[in-house]
Design a protein around this ligand. Structure first.
Ligand code: ADP
Ligand code: MG
Length: 694
C-alpha cells in the first residue's frame, strides 16, 4: 500500500504562488503585483487582467471549471459562491473567460451573513475584494480567490480585513522601535503564527445515530464509560489504521495546497488527535487554519469518519483546543522575541517582552473575550484547559532577570549595575530555558508566546488581531517616550523597569488549575471572567473601543457589530442545544425508559405468578420510575424556561447561562442515570463506550 509520494514535487502544486506567478505572468505584471504586495498599493486594472488570464489558464489545466471568491464572514468559518468560467459566444458555444475585474472584486448574494446591524436593508449587498497577499488555489474543480468581505459603505464584514490591518499596525510600531536600536534595513515586521489543531474522529455510522452530535457537534447526553483517560494510553499512542490513512490523505491534500503540515499524533482523549503546521505570517496561518478545518471534515467523510472540531464533544473527557503560537519577526527573519547573544539584542528583546507583558495586563479582558464561546466555556477553567484568568508564564530564568531589573534600585551597586538594561550592559539571556507549564494560558516558549485558550473550532483571527493590536499600542507608547529621550540608555532602562513593576501582577508561573491561583489572582486584581455571558460585555468597554478605533483596526460601528454577533452566536448555540436536548429526551430517552420499565413490570408479574422472588426487578423499576419522573420534570421546567428568553441580547446571554444551562444539566443527569439503569438493547443511541472505543 505504500505508494511513493514525492512531497517536494506535489507541495504547493495546487497553489498559484509566487513561484508560479513568476513563471506564468508577463514580467511587468509580476513586478507590479510584487510592488502592490510589498507597498500595499492598488493593483492597476491592466495588471489585474494579466493576472486573471494567467490564473485562469493555470486553473483550467488543474481541472478547474469555476472560480470563487473565498471569504471569512463573521460566522468564523469560510464562505464561497462558485461561478463557472463559461461565456457564450453567441453561436451556441462557450469559451472560458475570467477578467481582472472578476478577480479583484465580487458581489455576494443576499444578506444571509451575520452583519451585526452593519448592512442597512436598502443596501444589503456585500462585496468581496481580492487579498493579493494570500495565494489563490484550486480545490475540487474551483479556483479559490482569498478575499476581504465588506459592505456597500466599505465597512468590514469579515475576519480577514481587521487581521490585515492589525498586522500593518504592529509592523509600523515595531519598526519605530527597531530604528531606535539602529536597524535601518527592516521594512516590515511580520506577526508569525503557528496554530496547533486538535480534533476528534468518530465512525460516521455511530455519529449519524446521535441527533445531538449532528445538530450541535457535541454529545448532550452520555453516562461516563467504564474506561476514561485514566491509563493515559492514547497520548502519542499508535495510530489506528483507519485514522492513519485519514492522516496520510489529509497531509497530501494540505501539502498540495501549500499548507506546511508538519506534526500529527494522538492526543490525550480516546479518538482525539492533533495536527500542527509550521508557522507562517498570521494572515496565511489564518487562511490555512480555515483550510485545515474544512479539509479535515471533508477528508474524514471519505474515510467513513466524522471530524468533530467542537471544544467539548464529551463530558468528562478532555476537550479540544487550538494552541496559537505567536511571535514577531523582521522581514529578514530575525525573531524579535528571541533573546539575543549581545547586550544590544538583549535590550531590544526586553523592550518587546515588556511591551507584551504590559499589553496583556492592560487588555486581559479583550484577549479573554476573543476566545469566548459557548463551546469553549466547557473547557476554560475546567481543569483540563487553562483557566479563564489571563496570565503570562515566563519560566525561572526570565523571571529572575525581570526580578533583578525590578530590584535594581541602586545604580551605584556594582553587582546590580551589571543588570542595568543599557545597550552596553546586560548579561546574555540563555535561550529556551522555559519549563513546560501546561496550565498557563499564555506561555513564553523560548522565542514565541503560546496562547492556549483558543477553542478548537474558533477562527484564529480574533486572538491574533488582539495580540497584534495590544502589541502595537504598547510599542507605540514606548516609541513615543524613547524617541524623545536625551539619554537613550537611561530612558530605556527606566521604561522597561517601570513597565515590569507596573505589570508584574500578570506574571504567574504556578499551577493555573489550582483554587489558590483563583484567590491569588483576585487579590492581584486580575479579571476572572468565567463564562462567555459574563465576559462579552467587557469587550466593548471604553478602553477596548478606544484601542481598536485609534489603531484603525475597526471603526466603532464595526467593533460593536462584532460584539453583537458574538453575543448572538452564544445565545443561538445554547438555544439550539437546549431544544435538541428536549427533543431527544421526549422522543428517544423517555420512551426507551418507559418501554424497558414496562417490560420489567411484565417480567415481574410473570415471576410473581409462579411465586419467584422479584427483588431485583422491583428495585430497578423503582429507580427507573424515580429517574423517569425526574427527567419528565426537568423537561417540563426547561420548556417553560425556553418560553421566557429575554429579548435584549446581554440579558438573554445571562439568562441562557444562569437558567437554561442549569436546566440542561438537570435533564442530562436524569437521562444519564436512566442510561445506566436501562438494558442496552432499548437505548436509542450509541453510548460513550460505543463512540470512544469502537
Ligand atoms: P509544541 O511542543 O507545543 O508542539 P513546537 O515547538 O512543536 O511546540 O511548536 C508548535 C508550533 O509553534 C508550530 O506550529 C511551530 O511552527 C510554531 N512556532 C515555532 N516557532 C514559532 C515562531 N517564532 N512564531 C510563531 N510560531 C512558531
Ligand atoms: Mg503546544
Amino acid at each position: 500500500m505504500s505508494e511513493f509520494l514525492n512531497v517536494p514535487e506535489i507541495f504547493g502544486s495546487d497553489v498559484f504562488n509566487e513561484a508560479t506567478m513568476r513563471q506564468r505572468l508577463p514580467e511587468a505584471a509580476f513586478t507590479a503585483w510584487k510592488t502592490c504586495v510589498t507597498t500595499g498599493s492598488q493593483l492597476p486594472l491592466d495588471v489585474a487582467n494579466d493576472i486573471a488570464e494567467a490564473m485562469k489558464l493555470w486553473a483550467i489545466e488543474k481541472g478547474a471549471t469555476h472560480y470563487t471568491h473565498w471569504f471569512q464572514p463573521m460566522t468564523g468559518i469560510t464562505a464561497e459562491k462558485h461561478d463557472s468560467f463559461i461565456t457564450p459566444t453567441g453561436d451556441g458555444r462557450v469559451i472560458m473567460e475570467f477578467s481582472g475585474k472578476e478577480l479583484v472584486r465580487g458581489e455576494s448574494d443576499g444578506s444571509s451573513f451575520p452583519n451585526g446591524g452593519l448592512r442597512a436593508t436598502f443596501e444589503a449587498r456585500g462585496y468581496t475584494a481580492w487579498d493579493p497577499t494570500s495565494s489563490a488555489f484550486v480545490r475540487d474543480g474551483s479556483l479559490y480567490i482569498p478575499t476581504c468581505f465588506f459592505s456597500y459603505n466599505g465597512e468590514s464584514l469579515d475576519k480577514k480585513t481587521p487581521l490585515l490591518r492589525s498586522m500593518d499596525e504592529v509592523s509600523r510600531e515595531a519598526i519605530r522601535i527597531l530604528r531606535l536600536f539602529g536597524d535601518n534595513e527592516t521594512k516590515r515586521v511580520i506577526a508569525s503564527v503557528g496554530a496547533e489543531q486538535e480534533y476528534f474522529l468518530l465512525p460516521k455510522d455511530l455519529y449519524a445515530q446521535r441527533e445531538d452530535l449532528r445538530l450541535t457537534g457535541r454529545t448532550l447526553f452520555g453516562a461516563q464509560p467504564p474506561k476514561g483517560q485514566e491509563l493515559d494510553d492514547h497520548y502519542f499512542g499508535i495510530i489506528r489504521t483507519r485514522v492513519s490513512s485519514f492522516m496520510k490523505d489529509l497531509d497530501e491534500q494540505l501539502w498540495r495546497l501549500g499548507v506546511l503540515s508538519k506534526t500529527k499524533h494522538n492526543e490525550g482523549a480516546p479518538c482525539q488527535h492533533e495536527m500542527a503546521p509550521i508557522y507562517t505570517d498570521a494572515n496565511t496561518a489564518c487562511d490555512d487554519n480555515q483550510l485545515i478545518m474544512a479539509i479535515m471534515k471533508k477528508c474524514a467523510a471519505k474515510h467513513n469518519l466524522v471530524c468533530l472540531l467542537h471544544e467539548k464533544p464529551f463530558a468528562g473527557i478532555s476537550g479540544s483546543g487550538k494552541h496559537n503560537n505567536w511571535s514577531l519577526a523582521t522581514d529578514s527573519g530575525k525573531n524579535l522575541f528571541s533573546p539575543g547573544k549581545t547586550p544590544s539584542q538583549n535590550a531590544r528583546f526586553l523592550v518587546f517582552l515588556a511591551a507584551f507583558i504590559a499589553g496583556v495586563d492592560e487588555y486581559q479582558d479583550f484577549l479573554r473575550c476573543t476566545v469566548a464561546s459557548a463551546g469553549n466555556d466547557h473547557r476554560l477553567g475546567a481543569n483540563e484547559a487553562p483557566p479563564a484568568i489571563v496570565s503570562v508564564f515566563l519560566g525561572n530564568e526570565l523571571n529572575a532577570i525581570i526580578r533583578s531589573v525590578i530590584d535594581d534600585t541602586n545604580y551605584q551597586e556594582p553587582e546590580k549595575a551589571m543588570l542595568r538594561i543599557g545597550v552596553d550592559v546586560l548579561p546574555a539571556i540563555p535561550k529556551d530555558t522555559t519549563d513546560r507549564n501546561r496550565t498557563s494560558p499564555l506561555a513564553f516558549t523560548g522565542n514565541k508566546f503560546e496562547l492556549r485558550m483558543l477553542g478548537s473550532s474558533q477562527s484564529i483571527a480574533e486572538p491574533n488581531i488582539a495580540l497584534n493590536t495590544i502589541m502595537a499600542e504598547e510599542l507605540s507608547r514606548f516609541a513615543d517616550v524613547l524617541e524623545q529621550a536625551e539619554d537613550f540608555d537611561k530612558a530605556l532602562h527606566d521604561l522597561v523597569r517601570t513597565t515590569f513593576i507596573r505589570h508584574q501582577r500578570i506574571l504567574f508561573d504556578g499551577n493555573g488549575y489550582s483554587e489558590d491561583w483563583k484567590r491569588e489572582a483576585a487579590r492581584r486584581g486580575l479579571s476572572n471572567l468565567a463564562s462567555t455571558a459574563e465576559c462579552l460585555p467587557a469587550l466593548v468597554s471604553e478602553k477596548n473601543v478606544d484601542l481598536v478605533v485609534r489603531h484603525g483596526i475597526y471603526t466603532e460601528t464595526e467593533f460593536r457589530a462584532r460584539y453583537a454577533i458574538h453575543l448572538e452566536a452564544y445565545n443561538k448555540i445554547v438555544g439550539i442545544e437546549a431544544r435538541t436536548m428536549v427533543d431527544m429526551a421526549v422522543h428517544q430517552i423517555l420512551p426507551a425508559a418507559i418501554h424497558y420499565t414496562k417490560d420489567l413490570c411484565d417480567a415481574l408479574n410473570a415471576k410473581k405468578s409462579v411465586g419467584a422472588s422479584c427483588r431485583a426487578e422491583s428495585v430497578l423499576i423503582r429507580h427507573l420510575s424515580t429517574n423517569t419522573e425526574a427527567l419528565y420534570d426537568a423537561i417540563d421546567t426547561l420548556r417553560q424556561h425556553l418560553e421566557k428568553i429575554p429579548k435584549e441580547a446581554v440579558e438573554a446571554a445571562k439568562y441562557y447561562h444562569d437558567t437554561i444551562l442549569p436546566g440542561m444539566n438537570a435533564i442530562r443527569s436524569a437521562a444519564d442515570m436512566l442510561e445506566i439503569l436501562t438494558d442496552k438493547s432499548y437505548w436509542p443511541y450509541p453510548t460513550y463506550s460505543d463512540l470512544l472505543y469502537y
